[in-house]
Design a protein around this ligand. Structure first.
Ligand SMILES: Nc1nc2c(ncn2[C@@H]2O[C@H](COP(=O)(O)OP(=O)(O)OP(=O)(O)O)[C@@H](O)[C@H]2O)c(=O)[nH]1
Ligand SMILES: [Mg+2]
Length: 446
């Protein structure tokens, strides 16, 4: 039985209910547009979301936390609401007299107050009469088209139908953190002319690029620091190209990795980081502290343009930083920009990975305990979606939580952050390996 709600519609509804999952119980086109069929599939099930579809393209329905039955009684439900879906948005019409939220009628489908019924009187129709006890506009909710092409009821499943078995294994112990830190400290690029790997962070504004550098810096400093300015504003907060070297401790040596922070990508053309500037960064032409100007990308004759960059100035790995909460609502224009960037990066043979940030905001189970990250079905779905949207393999997506409000370090947070850095360094190795392969191929040809 296939749900008619698309993944993004399901996600939109779930986000109203606290990141849960929907399980299809009843589908009228299969079980029948009758009260009997509906009750057979749905009685005693709760909470539920009932959804009607009409030929005018409207998707609308109601939520109740109470189980269905056939008693003819009203059920009190403070949480009940009716809704209509507008793209990825849910317009909600909450119950106005909660004592009459749902009525348990045996000859009909889901019956909300006296205002809205799906499969009314065992027919493929909806009943709609705004007022008792829900307020909505019929035109807005279903376009006044009451003929149903489909009706479905989903059970809302709680968080802890989450995965029993994690989909990636990770050890959450302090030796693991130490091991990761040591591997990073001891890392050496395989190319002798380069002492530090250069990793470029690209992504929509506010995705957490600057925070990622701050977080890595914090882990090695031993306490939370915020050297790069992070936060939120209407436009990108970072307006300069900054190359940050991370030090192993306050007086320590610089680590063999440089994180390059860039301005955020924006949807509209002429705003945010320019795709031409990205090319110049990748090739190593853009100097540290360069002030981005979205309306005029850096030119060969511009001040500070590095004319003959060496291998150490080029980017060795590109990291797309994406906010886990915004994956499913990534604007098409932004997705296009990212895909265009990816094409350029691919052509230049630079390895790339996706850093999925804000996993704590995206999933409450993960917020509660970061160790649930690889058990959360929701995060897994996000990883799959971002992988499909940007066209990168699943194994190239790494979820992290940046430090943003805490003052003290947290072991689990560190382990995820450090694992991400190690993954970046492995990708940098691929870059140099590929480079020497190409070089030796050239030599044999000559
Ligand atoms: N909860 C949570 N908040 C985060 C995380 N990462 C970043 N933030 C917050 O998101 C906001 C934006 O983060 P920044 O690091 O400034 O984002 P940016 O990508 O550098 O943004 P621009 O420079 O404006 O393009 C800040 O308020 C951060 O505290 C995270 O993993 N979890
Ligand atoms: Mg920034």
């Amino acid at each position: 039985m296939n749900p008619s709600l698309t993944k993004s519609q399901q996600r939109a509804l779930c986000s109203q209910l606290g990141h849960v999952k929907l399980q299809l119980l009843y589908k009228a086109s299969i079980h029948g547009f009758t009260g009997t069929a509906f009750h057979q599939q749905c009685d005693n099930k709760s909470p539920t979301v009932s959804v009607g579809y009409n030929a005018s393209g409207y998707v609308f329905g109601g939520y109740t936390s109470k189980p269905f039955n056939q008693s003819g009684q009203y059920m009190q439900d403070d949480r009940a609401f009716l809704f209509t879906l507008k793209g990825a948005n849910v317009l909600k019409y909450p119950v106005t007299s909660s004592a009459y939220a749902v009525r348990m009628m045996n000859n009909s489908g889901p019956y909300f107050g006296e205002a809205f019924v799906l499969v009314n009187g065992s027919q493929a129709v909806a009943y709609s009469c705004p007022g008792k006890y829900y307020n909505f506009t019929a035109a807005e909710m279903h376009g006044n088209d009451l003929q149903l092409t489909e009706c479905e009821v989903y059970q809302v499943e709680g968080e802890f139908n989450d995965l029993e078995k994690p989909w990636r294994t990770i050890v959450w112990e302090s030796e693991k953190r130490k091991g990761l830190m040591d591997s990073i400290k001891l890392y050496k690029p395989t190319h002798s002319s380069v002492s530090q790997a250069r990793v470029l962070l690209i992504g929509p504004m506010g995705a957490g690029k600057s925070s990622f550098f701050n977080s890595i810096n914090s882990v090695f400093r031993g306490h939370v620091t915020s050297q790069a300015i992070a936060g939120s504003s209407g436009t990108s907060l970072t307006t300069q190209f900054r190359t940050y070297s991370v030090k192993a401790g306050r007086e320590g040596k610089p680590l063999p990795i440089i994180l390059c922070d860039s301005m955020g990508l924006e949807e509209s053309t002429g705003a945010g980081l320019d795709v031409d500037d990205i090319s110049s960064i990748l090739k190593g032409h853009i100097p540290n502290s360069y002030q981005f100007n979205p309306s005029a990308p850096l030119q060969v004759e511009s001040h500070g343009y590095r004319k003959s960059p060496e291998l150490k100035d080029k980017i060795h790995c590109v990291v797309y930083v994406i906010d886990a909460c915004k994956v499913s609502i990534l604007p098409a224009k932004l997705e296009e920009k990212l895909v265009a960037v990816r094409r350029k990066v691919n052509l230049m043979g630079i390895p790339q990975l996706v850093l999925l940030t804000k996993v704590d905001e995206a999933c409450p189970v993960v917020a509660e305990d970061l160790r649930n990250i690889y058990k959360s079905q929701y995060i897994r779905d996000m990883v799959q979606e971002v992988s499909a949207r940007l066209g990168v393999p699943l194994s190239c997506v790494v979820p992290v939580k940046n430090y943003c409000e805490e003052l003290e370090l947290d072991l689990n947070c560190d382990i995820l952050l450090l694992s991400a850095v190690l993954q970046m360094l492995r990708f940098v190795d691929n870059y140099f390996d590929d480079l020497s392969d190409r070089f030796s191929n050239l030599e044999t040809k000559e």
